[in-house]
Design a protein around this ligand. Structure first.
Ligand SMILES: Nc1ncnc2c1ncn2[C@@H]1O[C@H](COP(=O)(O)OP(=O)(O)OP(=O)(O)O)[C@@H](O)[C@H]1O
Length: 313
């Protein structure tokens, strides 16, 4: 379990993280989403004791990082693809870490196999591609078999096969009951991986809810009927919000699933009924629209951040 309690971090006049409070629970993948510069890395660095919060507390299993008894066995982290010295072979790097943390050689073999680096484990880290270095960073995070994993943009630099691999890995780590906290500026990535989303923008918490719930926030129905006035009235009486759009009625509200039943009860004919929802992309855009500094590429294909035009300026 990870707990953020009113975490604030200021750099001069800038609030990189602004009063963040949330709990990240076990057994699921929690996506930490926000445009570039939202404060995700700062939050993760504070959680791992690499940076100090200006105020508030960030706790892992109820303790600040530096008070954890056996850090590597409690929390595994991937912050940047910078594991190890470039001149050192990957296996020696992991063996060194394992030794200094009281773990055996066998575990090193296991994590190398888990990340698909067994065959290149003798090669120097400096010769590794970015994707291989990501895998090595993940191997390091897994070394202590920790119940909590913190991964900052783990998909960076991975090819499509690597992306699928890391998604599957995160899902299986969560299925084993671990807490998996993973940041990304790519919504499409999080939509494919996370169970729960914590969305940050300009240091502030914008949303903290299950992915399915976030997908459901703006469901609506459109229908056609020979009796629009009558149906409008009974739906409004049932607490739904109804607008006429051309020859159709557009209905929103929590009870849209009951439209068919309400029409039947009132013996009103429905010629057509379709449900649609705002895409997660639309929800994200709407949530972050007023506060983006940089915006992640909306298509998510390249993932290249582009300067956002402020919608209200
Ligand atoms: N050491 C620092 N000194 C001054 N400002 C900083 C420092 N570190 C971060 N910031 C600022 O704090 C804000 C949050 O940065 P942070 O790196 O946490 O964002 P992020 O969401 O992780 O984005 P990215 O995905 O680009 O890393 C940014 O505006 C950044 O410029």
């Amino acid at each position: 379990m990870i707990t953020f309690d009113s975490v604030t971090k200021t750099y001069g006049a800038k609030r990189a993280v602004d009063g963040l409070s949330t709990e990240i629970g076990p057994g699921r993948v929690t996506g930490f989403l926000g445009p570039n510069g939202a404060g995700k890395s700062t939050t993760m660095r504070i959680l791992l004791g690499l940076d100090r919060a200006t105020s508030g507390a960030a706790l892992i299993d109820g303790r600040p990082y530096h008070q954890l008894r056996c850090q590597l066995r409690t929390v595994g982290a991937l912050l940047e693809a910078r594991a190890g010295h470039p001149g050192q072979p990957a296996r020696s790097h992991l063996l060194g870490m394992a030794r200094s943390n009281g773990m055996g050689r066998r575990r090193v073999g296991e994590v190398l196999a888990a990340v698909g680096l067994s065959e290149v484990a003798g090669a120097r880290i400096g010769t590794f591609s970015l994707g291989m270095r990501q895998r090595l960073g993940i191997a390091t995070a897994l070394l202590g078999d920790p119940p909590v994993l913190i991964l900052d943009e783990p998909v960076n630099g991975l090819d499509p096969e690597g992306v699928t691999w890391i998604r599957t890995l995160m899902r299986s780590l969560a299925a084993e009951g671990r807490t998996v906290f993973v940041s990304s500026h790519l919504l499409s990535e999080m939509a494919a991986t996370a169970d729960h989303l914590v969305i940050l923008s300009r240091g502030r918490l914008l949303a903290d809810r299950p992915l399915t719930e976030l997908l459901n926030v703006s469901r609506r129905a459109e229908l056609r009927t020979p009796s629009p006035a009558l149906l409008s009235r009974v739906l409004s009486e049932a607490g739904l919000s109804v607008d006429a759009v051309g020859d159709r009625l557009r209905v929103t509200g929590e009870r849209i699933e009951e439209i068919g039943a309400i029409a039947r009860e009132n013996e009103i004919q429905l010629d057509e009924l379709t449900f649609s929802g705002e895409s997660l992309e639309d929800v994200y855009r709407r949530l972050t629209a007023d506060s983006v500094e940089f915006r992640a590429d909306a298509q998510g294909a390249q993932g290249a951040p582009v300067m956002a035009h402020h919608p209200h300026s």
